[in-house]
Design a protein around this ligand. Sequence first.
Ligand code: NAD
Ligand code: MG
Length: 388
Amino acid sequence: MAEEEKKRIAIFGSTGSIGTQALDVIEANPELFEVEILTAQSNDQLLVQQARKFKPNAVVIADESKYEKVKSELAGTDVKVFGGSTALEEVADFDTYDMMLAGIVGFAGLLPTLKGVEKGKAIALANKETLVVAGDIVMQKALEMRSPIIPVDSEHSAIFQCLVGETRNKIEKVILTASGGPFLGKKPNFLVNVKRDHALQHPNWKMGAKITVDSATLMNKGLEMIEAKWLFNLLPEQIQVIIHSQSVIHSMVQFEDGSIKAQLGLPDMKIPIQYALTFPHRYANDSPRANFRKLGTLTFEEPDTKTFRNLVLATLALEKGGNLPCVLNAANEIAVWAFLNNRIGFLDMTAVVEKTMDKITFIEKPNLAEYFESDGEARNFAASLLNM
Ligand code: NAD
Ligand code: MG
């Protein structure tokens, strides 16, 4: 491809697990991509290193206190440096990129991602919380602006890939596979003693701390049910979760004739990241290949919702809609933060989410400001529970 045809990528959350793997994909395909924007919360060293290597037009360090440091480190370069979280929206508003990789974790990703959608940019979406919180607003805006939202989350990428060529065919249901996390098969009497470091050991995937804890509590799968609803316009009863501990089948779609399509591969986030960046094309890479002669057995079982009650709470939020998924997400962010800081136990996370969902006033059809209010109220209430 000629230089001017390269896809210009804006990576939001470039220092994270998704962001760094996206940069690996870009580095392996210099003829396809160039980096236009990089953003980070506080890892100034890695951001500077990435900026020197990929020579973006602009970088944002959201933690304002690190701004001067990043600015002076990049003084001899052409890279424009911005500081503070509002700068995330400012750079998302630039004309100079083609695709945003939404790789920020949590509610903080909502506004920059929405800004990208409002600009009509293509979005490679890893930040599932954006859709959990305000899926109706984001998808409506995407439709209006013809902004394609291409999932990066492996399950949703699998479903998306199964749907290629099926535009006129109705989905009967989607089957979201879940690894079950490190505590598959464990009961509350075990989970009550689980500590941070134990929960951070995921059997199949290496990811950021928040999503790793979410995987251990199954909240991640709950968030993914809500994400699937918005991405694929599904009713709650069309979304089924199944435990598949090998993470080889990344998810499945069942059509009206009873036929089921699945997408498979070894667990490697670079594949869905690359597919989102290159869609509708596929390019060769050196990701490890699945060998069915060595894989052995693929297993499936029903999730233990008595033990992993987050799935029940997320199903309730999925069914009731309104601001309830936003409240669930906010309470969960506080609960996971508290668990990671050894403030509460593993099972307390679910209790914090449940109590917060009971407490915050239900709003049937919130606008963006009301989503922000619900998020704030839920965070304050969840935080007030931590000192008990
Ligand atoms: P991470 O913690 O490794 O990285 C998060 C990135 O966001 C970092 O660059 C960080 O600097 C930035 N960030 C964090 N808080 C911020 C804030 N308040 N403001 C601005 N930037 C902020 O997380 P991750 O594992 O890369 O996950 C990113 C998103 O992708 C999450 O929504 C997660 O659910 C989703 N996801 C991740 C994986 C995975 O394999 N890691 C898989 C599927 C989906
Ligand atoms: Mg996933």
